[in-house]
Design a binder for this molecule. Structure first.
Ligand code: FE2
Length: 309
C-alpha cells in the first residue's frame, strides 16, 4: 500500500503595499508546519505572488522550504508579470503538468484561460478582467492532457487547480467547462483508475463536497477574504499602509491543510484554525455572509476523513 502526506495551501497573495497579507511571515509558518508534520511535499494552489519581478523576495524565500514546493498557476500570478517569467520563477515545467510522487499521480491544472470571439487566451497582465462569464476555462489541448494523464496513470490520482472543478457561482468564479472535466474523471474511474481528490484555491472558502466518489476540497486562503464593498473598520495606520485593506477580512495566521492519502482509499484532511485580524469579519463589513455559491467566510480549514471504496 502506498501512502503520501502533503501540505496544501492557497492564495497567499504577496502584494506589498496593496494587500495586508504579510506573506513572508505566513510562508515561514507554512514551512514550519511542513517540517513538523514531515510531509513529502507542499503545494501552492495559486495566487502566490502578484508580480514575481517586482516582488522577488517571496521567490527567494522558497529556497528555505524544508520540502519541495510545487505550484499551480493562479489568475493573479500573471497580473504583474509575463506567463513565461512566472513559470520560470515557480520552477514549473509548463502551465499544466503532472508529477508522480510516492506512488500517486498529482496533476496540476491551469484554469487561467478565457474565451473570446478571437479564440482562447491565457491570462496575462489582467487581460481577463472584462470576461467574467467566459473565464476559468480549460482549452481542448489541456482536456486532452488531463485525459491522457488520468488514463495512463499506474497510480491513484489527485488534481490540483486554482479555480474549482465543482462550483460555478452566479456572476462567475469556478470552471466554465467543469462538467467536461468531471466527465473525464468519471471515465477514468469507470475504467478502474482511482481519482481520489481534487483540491482548489481561488475562492477563499472552506468546503468539502463528494461527487462521484471523489473528494472535492475547496481550500481556504492562507491569508484573507476579498470584500467587494469596502469598510473602514481597520486602524488608520493599517488602512494607510495598504491600498486595498478596506476590501479585506484578514485571517491572523496562515491557514493550510495536511493531507494524508493511502492507495486503499483513505483521504485524511487535517485543517487549521485562526481568527480575524482586529476581530473584523466579513459580516461586520456589511458584505453578504455567503458568496455566490452559498459558502460563508470562515477563518479555518476544516478537518475530515474519508475512506473511498
Ligand atoms: Fe484567484
Amino acid at each position: 500500500m502506498a501512502q503520501v502526506k502533503f501540505l496544501v495551501f492557497a492564495d497567499l497573495h504577496h502584494y506589498p503595499g496593496v494587500f495586508c497579507t504579510d506573506a513572508r511571515r505566513r510562508l515561514k509558518e507554512l514551512f514550519a508546519r511542513a517540517e513538523k508534520e514531515k510531509v513529502d511535499f507542499a503545494v501552492s494552489l495559486g495566487d502566490f505572488n502578484h508580480s514575481v519581478g517586482t516582488f522577488p523576495e517571496l521567490i527567494e524565500d522558497l529556497k528555505e522550504s524544508p520540502v519541495p514546493v510545487y505550484h499551480v498557476m493562479g489568475n493573479h500570478d500573471t497580473d504583474g508579470a509575463a506567463l513565461d517569467e512566472v513559470l520560470k520563477a515557480y520552477n514549473m515545467p509548463a502551465e499544466y503538468y503532472y508529477k508522480d510522487i510516492c506512488g500517486f499521480r498529482f496533476i496540476m491544472l491551469d484554469t487561467n484561460y478565457y474565451k473570446h470571439h478571437g479564440g482562447i487566451t491565457h491570462f496575462q497582465y489582467r487581460n481577463y478582467f472584462d470576461f467574467p462569464n467566459s473565464r476559468e476555462f480549460l482549452p481542448d489541448e489541456e482536456l486532452e492532457f488531463l485525459d491522457n494523464a488520468l488514463m495512463s496513470s499506474p497510480y491513484p490520482c489527485v488534481l490540483f487547480s486554482h479555480a474549482s472543478l465543482e462550483r460555478r457561482a452566479k456572476g462567475g468564479a469556478g470552471l466554465v467547462n467543469q462538467s467536461v472535466v468531471r466527465q473525464l474523471i468519471r471515465k477514468a474511474n469507470d475504467a478502474g483508475k482511482k481519482v481520489m481528490l481534487s483540491c482548489n484555491g481561488h475562492h477563499h472558502r472552506d468546503n468539502i463536497r463528494i461527487l462521484d466518489n471523489v473528494v472535492y476540497f475547496d481550500v481556504n486562503s492562507a491569508s484573507f477574504d476579498w470584500l467587494n464593498a469596502p469598510h473602514s473598520l481597520f486602524p488608520e495606520e493599517l488602512r494607510n499602509a495598504y491600498e486595498l485593506a478596506d476590501h479585506q477580512a484578514i485571517f491572523t495566521d496562515a491557514l493550510s491543510a495536511v493531507v494524508t492519502l493511502d492507495s486503499d482509499g483513505l483521504v485524511k484532511i487535517e485543517g487549521s484554525k485562526s481568527d480575524f485580524l482586529h476581530g473584523i469579519t466579513r459580516e461586520m463589513s456589511g458584505n453578504q455572509e455567503c458568496d455566490g455559491a452559498g459558502r460563508p467566510c470562515v477563518a479555518e480549514v476544516q478537518s475530515a476523513m474519508f475512506r473511498l471504496l
